[in-house]
Design a protein around this ligand. Structure first.
Ligand SMILES: NC(=O)c1ccc[n+]([C@@H]2O[C@H](COP(=O)([O-])OP(=O)(O)OC[C@H]3O[C@@H](n4cnc5c(N)ncnc54)[C@H](O)[C@@H]3O)[C@@H](O)[C@H]2O)c1
Length: 449
């Protein structure tokens, strides 16, 4: 038995491997110029950080950055006074509060921003941040529309800023081991990949709230921003779990979860863009205040490979290799000629096809551990080399997702030309791929070229 990756051969083919998801916190690269005499970072060399969107995720990302001595938090922004004040109470020594993100972006003492607002804001705020010369840590989903995706990528390039999309699972060791295994070819040629996120929300979904009055200190018009105006709804405003029920503010659960999940096959198989995308689904079982689908299936055609995505809010049994207990299930199946691999964030399991994998060795570890997703970004800000989930990589993850939702909305398949990054033979779909923002917000179409 080969023990090269810490697994016996039998373990390798039969057992589930488990690995930590979050990388070690210690930085692997801090330029000498950024260090003071005692090894601490001199104040003038610290990365001056801002946060736009002080919800749970933004505060989490901010905390992970602020834990490093070479970061100082200088600016915080939220349209909800209570969340802003809450976050400010932890950084009151160094940070100033802002209600309007444009004021934050105008500050000279902000080098870089975390953008953790609801998804309908991501593209515009990211592009504005690039225009202001700020490096960005942009939460997933990167964007909700093809036009937005290309414009954000182009803005990062044009303004030469550092970008990291917030798919932190990418930094975990389990994904690294799977990429090595897939690339070693032990599964043989892979022709089918199935991906999914399934969780039963029951008929009630995220629920109902008859209250349509924003609470004191909530700027609802600025929360809605470029999306179509709708009355305040406390459930929608609560957090990203709830955003998933509203199409205009999240695109449903597919943009919510697929960025973490289809990331792995796109990375392992070095996929470019799909050439055909089709989607079906609808709101079949859930009856809450939202309007997004509760069931959605996408089929992506890549050269010599098909990949599917299933998002459902019904019972999840049978989607993984697992038990009958009610649970949220997510993961990826890679189907090769020699066997099938099932995997998720922290585990993988290979089921060989008969004896076709007999005697095969697991590959040596070759992809180094990440120092942590946010730490990678901070190091990149100093080195000026893009990190692992820059927009230049992540556009390949985001585009299939936004094309899937476009196909869902239009009710027809989409053909996409990877070379020109254009929708082919469907002028209406190409037009619908570029959003129209609510007045006075304007989609920055100048970044499409
Ligand atoms: N990477 C992950 O695993 C992960 C997990 C959860 C959430 N997320 C993503 O992080 C983002 C935030 O999620 P969340 O759960 O913290 O959501 P949330 O709704 O709790 O927080 C978003 C915050 O943004 C604020 N906001 C809205 N419009 C704003 C504007 N124009 N300017 C400034 N602030 C504004 C809201 O008031 C709110 O406080 C979402 O995109 C979500 O998909 C990622």
């Amino acid at each position: 038995m080969c023990e090269s990756s810490g697994l016996s051969r039998r373990d390798f083919v039969r057992a589930t491997a488990t690995a930590g998801v979050v990388g070690a916190a210690a930085p692997y690269f801090v330029p000498a110029a950024a260090l003071g005499r005692e090894g601490s970072t001199v104040a003038s060399e610290r990365i001056q950080l801002g946060l736009i969107g002080c919800g749970g995720m933004g505060r989490g990302n901010l905390g992970n950055c602020a834990a490093h001595g070479d970061v100082v938090v200088t600016a915080l922004c939220d349209v909800q006074k209570s969340r802003l004040e809450d976050t400010l109470s932890k950084f009151s020594q160094s940070a100033k509060p802002y209600r309007d993100y444009r004021e934050l972006l105008a500050q000279k003492n902000v080098d870089a921003v975390i953008i953790a607002t609801p998804p309908h804001w991501h593209a515009l705020q990211a592009i504005e941040a690039c225009r202001a010369g700020k490096d960005i840590y942009l939460q997933k989903p990167m964007t909700l529309h093809l036009g937005e995706s290309l414009a954000v990528r182009n803005a990062v390039k044009r303004h030469n800023v550092i970008s990291q999309i917030g798919t932190q699972i990418h930094a975990g060791d389990n994904y690294r081991r799977i990429v090595e295994l897939i690339r070693a070819g032990n599964l043989g040629k892979i022709s089918v990949v199935r991906t999914f996120n399934v969780m039963n929300q029951g008929p009630g979904g995220v629920g109902h709230d008859p209250n349509t009055t924003p609470p004191e200190g909530m700027d609802w018009d600025l929360w809605v921003g470029p999306a179509p105006l709708r009355p305040y709804n406390a459930i929608l405003a609560a957090d990203s779990y709830n955003h998933g029920s509203w199409m205009d503010f999240s695109g449903g659960w597919t943009p919510g979860m697929a960025p973490h999940i289809i990331d792995l096959p796109i990375w392992a198989l070095e996929l470019g863009y799909p050439t055909h995308v089709s989607c079906s689904g609808g709101r079949y079982v859930v009856e809450d205040d939202g309007d997004a689908y509760d069931t959605q299936e996408i089929l992506w055609q890549y050269p010599k490979l098909t990949m599917t995505w299933m998002s459902t809010l019904a019972s999840s049994y049978g989607f993984d290799l697992g038990s009958g207990t009610p649970a949220r299930r997510l993961g990826i199946y890679f189907h090769g000629l020699n066997g099938t691999m099932y995997c998720d964030y922290g585990t993988y399991k290979i089921v060989p096809e008969g004896d076709r994998m007999k005697g095969m060795q697991p590959p040596e570890k070759s992809i180094p551990s990440s120092p942590g997703h946010e730490r990678e970004w901070l190091d990149s800000i100093k080195s000026r080399q893009q990190p692992s989930c820059s927009v230049f990589y992540h556009t390949k993850v985001n585009v299939p997702i936004v094309l899937g939702n476009l196909s869902y909305k239009l009710g027809r398949s989409i053909r996409f030309d990877p070379a020109s990054e254009q929708i082919v033979g469907d002028a209406d779909a190409a037009k619908a791929a570029v959003p129209e923002y609510r007045h006075p917000w304007k989609f920055p179409a100048e970044y499409l070229t």
